[in-house]
Write a protein that binds this ligand. Structure first.
Ligand code: SIN
Length: 502
């Protein structure tokens, strides 16, 4: 049985109170924090140092529609998502493009411009026109730098690094606060407005573009508080990741194909010809599966940029060029070997188009949110748009409803047992193996069933042992997330979008 709280939680009149608590400090969390009115006192909890997050690694850019003609962007989002997106949410997110860009320009984000000083829009998979603003090939870094500058300046914000949020504290009337672990001890803060912005789940996969710190903690916290996930089984594999000498994977942005890069196999053939009218720029699920099929047939796959004009690649993609060269590949003379790896979770904590959840006062934004924006496969660069569009919409909601502290006498709850400190009943390594084997690009129901059995056995082992330190919290969260994803995957009998079952 899944417990409600991982540790004892206590709230009373002496507990610190914040108007808003934001859990997570990637682009979605910091955009929200930076946009809060200055009379809001807010706490931001960052699991690691600021800038250790997925947002920092984002390359391609932010998909935006700036001319008011939303229909093209909407249609591309739906087509990529296999038309199971929530149309109302898709319209709402894309409609925020202008507000998001205006705020980023005020914050001084250094977007690439053309000779006429207009934003230089790039192209990525699934888009039928250029609509992605970017800062060379390190857009995430540029956004994070600007947002960190903003939050550092704000007296109304307390930002805590290495603060591991453990539980959402709630009663039948709504959210009451958050418990977190920092400097070896647990703390509880009171707040009637809490925003989950903890990112996705990629840290559980050995082959991923994600930062290891991203382990679905927000999803598990929401599940324990009784908020369900939406689209839990929809996980996106990015088609083109480059294996680093030191281990791990580095993204070769889709923008490389958007700017003319080809995909070739070991025979030098452009195998996407005939598979999709957009060829290398087909939606990500189509390209990832085509590469997977090439690899299953014994071929290697490469991103080839040798035909691009001299000087273009290293100027437009300086970071990708540098990392490739450091790892023994000069893309100007040698095609870059690539393979599909886990990249993004379309599923998330069930929320509406303003990030509101089933618990009053609990909001969710960015990759943690399950709003139906992405359907069964996210359109390229709609993730950074979602991070900021949804935070923008939450900010607007908060503006109207200035938070008032809900009268609370005392709240105390603990796990059923008071036995001494316990560990989660499975090692982190073994749990990673479960994610890798049960949730690869192509899934099999018998493997999903077997993984579910292992997860249930682990839960049985840890039921009575209270948890006391971050590794154990993380593993417990991971078990909960794996269970939710696998249960959902077992209900889907035919392939759709990024969800492939054989
Ligand atoms: C990329 O640059 O290919 C990734 C962008 C995204 O995840 O949308």
């Amino acid at each position: 049985m899944i417990r409600r709280y991982l540790t004892e939680v206590v709230l009373d009149e002496a507990s610190p109170y914040y108007d808003v608590v934001i859990i997570g400090a990637g682009v979605s969390g910091l955009y929200l924090a930076a946009g809060l009115p200055r009379h809001y006192k807010a706490l931001v909890l960052s699991k690691d140092s600021l800038s250790v997050c997925n947002s920092q690694l984002a390359q391609g850019g932010v998909a935006l529609t700036l001319n008011g003609e939303l229909s093209g962007h909407i249609e591309d989002t739906l087509a990529a998502g296999a038309y199971v997106n929530d149309l109302r949410v898709v319209k709402a997110m894309i409609s925020e493009s202008e507000s998001v860009l205006s705020r980023l320009i005020v914050y001084g984000v250094d977007f690439d411009k053309n000779e006429g000083n207009e934003l230089n829009m790039t192209m990525e998979g699934g888009h039928k026109k250029r609509r992605i603003v970017h800062s060379r090939d390190t857009t995430g870094m540029a956004l994070m730098e600007a947002l960190i500058r903003q939050v550092e300046d704000r007296e109304n914000l307390d930002v805590l690094e290495h603060a591991f949020a453990v539980d959402l504290i709630s009663d039948d009337y709504g959210i009451l606060g958050v418990s977190y672990w920092m400097n070896g001890e647990m703390h509880c803060v009171a707040s009637n407005t809490v925003v989950l912005a903890t990112g996705g789940i990629g840290g559980w996969f050995s082959r991923t573009t994600n930062a290891p710190v991203v382990t679905g903690d927000g999803l598990a916290m929401a599940l324990r508080a009784g908020v369900p996930l939406r689209d839990a089984a929809y996980i996106q594999y990015h088609p083109t990741a480059f294996k680093l000498k030191a281990g791990g994977y580095f993204l070769i942005s889709e923008a490389v194909r958007g700017e003319g890069g080809f995909l070739i196999n070991s025979d030098g053939k452009r195998f996407m010809k005939g598979l999709h009218p957009l060829m290398e720029l087909a939606p990500r699920d189509v390209v990832a599966k085509a590469i997977h099929d090439q690899m299953c047939a014994g071929s290697k796959v490469f991103v080839d940029v040798r035909h691009l004009s001299a000087g273009f690649f290293e100027t437009r993609f300086p970071n990708i060029h540098k990392v490739c060269v450091e790892n023994g590949i000069d893309p100007r003379v040698t095609p870059i070997p690539v393979e599909p790896v886990e990249h993004y979770h379309m599923g998330g904590v069930m929320a509406d188009s303003v990030g509101s959840t089933a618990i009053k006062g609990l909001f969710v934004t960015g990759e943690t949110a399950g709003t139906g924006f992405h359907g069964a496969n996210r359109l390229a660069s709609n993730s950074l748009l979602e991070c900021m569009a949804l935070s923008e919409r939450i900010l607007r909601t908060l503006d109207v409803e200035a938070p008032k502290r809900r009268i609370l006498a005392n709240y105390k709850a603990s796990p059923k047992t008071n036995a001494s400190s316990g560990q989660a009943g499975i090692s982190k390594f073994a749990l990673c193996e479960i994610f890798d084997s049960a949730l690869p690009l192509v899934k099999h129901s018998e493997v999903l069933e077997a993984a579910l059995k292992k997860i249930k056995a682990s839960f049985d082992e840890i039921e009575e042992a209270p948890l006391s330190e971050p590794k154990a919290f993380e593993v417990y969260n991971g078990l909960q997330v794996a269970k939710a994803l696998i249960l959902d995957a077992l209900t889907i009998k035919t392939s759709i979008g990024s969800f492939v079952i054989e």
